[in-house]
Design a protein. Sequence first.
Length: 140
Amino acid sequence: MLKEFKEFAIRGNVVDMAVGIIIGAAFGKIVDSLVKDVIMPPIGVLLGKVDFSNLFFVLREGAAAGPYVSVDAAQKAGAVTFNYGMFINTVISFTIVAFAVFLLIRAINKLKRQEEAKPTAASPEEVVLLREIRDSLKKR
């Protein structure tokens, strides 16, 4: 059983998958920062809000009555909140990741098509064989 597990763990697909997961997690952090720190502040300014992630509705007041300055303040007070600003950030993050993956797959497919389109050179043995076939057809 240990031998089987070792064979499974060392196979290329498992290692490739592990590398993909690690890079994907790091890429997710980059996209999260891009959305939170680069994209959302200008959108927040355009909408008249400074911090877009703090858009929320209070569904139920907490121990300390509102208004609450931020989602964290509301949750610390025990309020139940509907955090639609964070949801919008997540949707934008997903859209950016999906678009980046689309561009990556598109580039890979383009490289594959170019590789498939390259004419394959015949080996010397095939050339000799093809010449023999050609010569025998000419004799007929």
